[in-house]
Design a protein around this ligand. Structure first.
Ligand code: PRP
Ligand code: URA
Length: 213
């Protein structure tokens, strides 16, 4: 693995910013919240895959044979952190339908804010693939750090992290713990409150997605 200085990319496209503003509104329905998360997932996927290598392949058009670019290398792995990370998955799979999926089940203990693992299932050959870890919220980064450590222990070497909202504290902790992992986020908010929630944020993403509160 080539260790590189971690980068943080803020995807501030007007469509992303507009949809994120709609999602912050506490009056948005569960259905609306899920739909918007799905749409933003698609837009973030476009950005996080922007520099994927391509190779020339032969194709026969109705007119002639020609060499044209196609994505090179092995299929990607999308790794949603359960539950809320699943909200990005469909949108990303719409753009990259052949991607493999690794599920990382973690919840944040409400007292300690530590991540607790309850499920893990990843493709066997993850070491040879680019892994895109996804979770709408990067708050303390305990969940992201734990998920990425778990994927690395399984052999993943080339990892990117995508979120919707990040706190500066989370970005600092994640980039310190995993300096080789670049981050894509739609916005960086002001900080965390005393319960570890992002402010102004959008509340509990999992609860808003699944209507569990
Ligand atoms: C939320 C969110 C992240 C985590 C972020 O999950 O989806 O996984 O909190 O917080 P952190 O950066 O401080 O770790 P939660 O634990 O609420 O589980 P859920 O997705 O099942 O609701
Ligand atoms: N998890 C969430 O769902 N929201 C936050 O603001 C912080 C952690």
């Amino acid at each position: 693995m080539t260790a590189r200085k971690s980068a943080v990319h803020v995807v501030d496209h007007p469509l992303v910013r507009h949809k994120l503003t709609l999602m912050r509104d506490k009056a948005v329905s569960t259905k609306g919240f899920r739909q918007l998360l799905n749409e933003i997932g698609m837009l973030l996927c476009y950005e996080v895959t922007r520099d994927l290598p391509t190779e020339l392949v032969e194709v026969e058009t109705p007119i002639e044979r020609t060499m044209q670019p196609a994505i090179a290398g092995k299929k990607l792995v999308f790794a949603p952190i359960l539950r809320a990370g699943v909200g990005f998955l469909d949108g990303m799979l719409d753009l990259v339908p052949s991607a493999r999926v690794a599920h990382v089940g973690l919840y944040r203990d409400p007292e300690t804010l530590e991540a607790v693992e309850y499920y893990f299932k990843a493709p066997a050959d993850i070491a040879d693939r680019l892994v895109i870890v996804m979770d709408p919220m990067l708050a303390t980064a305990n969940s992201a750090v734990a998920a990425i450590s778990r994927l690395k222990a399984r052999g993943a070497k080339d990892i990117r992290f995508v979120c919707l909202l990040a706190a500066p504290e989370g970005i600092e902790r994640l980039t310190k713990a995993h300096p080789d992992v670049a981050v894509w986020t739609a916005a960086i908010d002001r900080g965390l409150n005393e319960h570890g929630y992002i402010v102004p944020g959008l509340g509990d993403a999992g609860d808003r997605m699944f209507g569990t509160k």
